[in-house]
Design a protein around this ligand. Structure first.
Ligand SMILES: Cc1ncc(COP(=O)(O)O)c(C=O)c1O
Length: 422
């Protein structure tokens, strides 16, 4: 294997934003397993964990290049220097992410620190944003203390946008799982010289590629599906390769150096371990979800008096998930933008708040916990962590268990609630 000296993503110059390394014909899983092969310098099959924060300079005095002589946008080109800039495990992780997300990619200490870094970088006067994850609104409130940042409605008329503004779309949406039409938002933003930024946390590869539909920057909370095991915090920003000409990626990298919001070495190592299995996990989670949602929805809407539908109709008022967006599926954009499944999170509204509060304790296979994306199924009485939602709502993050086991668990939970009400 080649022993390229790793800089930012192992890239050697600003033009080489998405080094192919001969991977372009390979499947997603082949890429998650091999996209970092070019950084394999030792004999290890599983990458070793590097814990050093600082790295020795070249021993050959003639090769020493003091910082003032380095290209400020490529400080790590000679190898790692200090782990706030780059570190071996994170660099490997970023090499895989840059390949599979199809744009040069940086990681951050958390999803929110990635969102913060993106707002600092684009520094918009206005941001059109909908509901979605409440934490992102918390970040914007902090920015409002420092700038005149103004929030617009996501569906505001295009005329309200000006060059340099942001249209920020979270899709599918937290907590409902509803999907949005990225192409339409890209057209609106770009018609006014604004940028489209996409929080694609709920639909990682292979479910959605926001760059195909015009996104300028894609963010993920890598804590969710990319990490996939509920054991690492991670944020991700990928830049559309079209911005290579303006060196967005290098500039973001330099800003991250000073924001200091990098992942730890353990997280970089866990990231590589985890992303290897992304496709198999997410495909299974997405198909489990489609099966569960379809079962729940037919039981809820069934006119026959089957035992299952009586139980479901006794406790449930509503289900939300992209697979139920019939008009959008008929229109065609939804299946074009999400051809391999609609995302493994959905939400249910119970008939009353007490049912929502008590359901999680009746379940055996679903943990009652916040967050999502891990191999284990979670359910959350959403009002526990989201101050603005309907108190009858539960958010479900579907794991990789057998879907019929999950179905049976929900069914026995519903039955137990009905038995208590008697
Ligand atoms: C859609 C979305 N974006 C961003 C975040 C924030 O990510 P993190 O918790 O990694 O900071 C979350 C967290 O739940 C999320 O659901």
């Amino acid at each position: 294997m080649a022993t390229t000296v790793p800089g930012l993503n192992g890239q050697q110059n600003g033009e080489d934003h998405n080094p192919d390394h001969g991977l372009s014909s390979l499947s997603l899983s082949s890429r998650t397993v091999h996209a970092d092969d070019f950084l394999n310098a030792g004999q290890d099959v599983a990458p070793p964990m590097h814990v050093s924060t600082t790295f020795r300079y070249n021993r050959d005095p003639d090769k020493l290049r003091p910082i003032a002589t380095l290209d400020p946008e490529h400080p790590a080109i000679e190898g790692h220097i200090y782990s706030r800039l780059t570190a071996p495990n994170t660099t490997r992780f970023e090499a895989i992410l840059s390949d599979i997300l199809k744009g040069p990619t940086l990681t951050y200490a958390s999803g929110l620190s990635a969102f913060h870094a993106m707002i600092v970088f684009l520094n918009p006067k206005r941001i059109a944003i909908g509901e979605g994850y409440h934490g992102c609104h918390g970040v914007l409130d902090i920015h409002k203390k420092l700038t005149d940042l103004q929030k617009l409605d996501l569906d505001c008329p295009a005329e309200e946008l000006q060059p340099g503004d942001i249209v920020h779309v979270e899709t599918p949406l937290n907590p409902t799982g509803e999907a949005k039409n990225l192409k339409a938002y890209a057209e609106k933003a770009h018609s006014r010289g604004a940028f489209l930024t996409v929080d694609a946390t709920f639909a990682p590869p292979p479910l959605q590629d926001p760059f195909l539909w015009g996104a300028d920057i894609v963010m993920h909370s890598g804590t969710k599906y990319i990490g996939g095991h509920s054991d690492m915090l991670c944020g991700i920003l990928s830049v559309n390769p079209k911005w290579g000409k303006d060196r967005w990626f290098e500039k973001l990298g330099m800003e991250r150096l000073h924001l200091g919001s990098v992942m730890g070495n353990m997280e970089g190592w866990l990231g590589v371990r985890s992303v290897r299995t992304l496709e198999v996990r997410v495909e299974r989670q997405a198909s489990n979800t489609t099966n569960l949602v379809s079962w729940l929805n037919s039981a809820l809407t069934s006119k026959t008096e089957s035992a299952e539908s009586k139980i479901v109709q006794g406790v449930l008022a509503k289900i939300e998930h992209a697979s139920l967006q019939e008009a959008d599926i008929k229109d065609g954009w939804l299946t074009k933008q999400m051809p391999r499944g609609f995302g493994p999170v959905f939400s249910i509204l119970m008939k009353d708040e007490s049912l929502a509060r008590r359901l999680p304790s009746k379940l055996e296979l679903f943990h009652h916990a916040t967050s999502l994306g891990g191999v284990e199924s979670l359910i959350e009485w959403r009002t526990m962590s989201d101050p603005v939602v309907d108190t009858r709502m539960l958010r479900v993050s579907v794991g990789i268990e057998g879907w019929e086991d999950l179905k049976n668990d929900l069914l026995q939970g519903f039955k137990a609630l009905l038995a208590e009400a008697k």
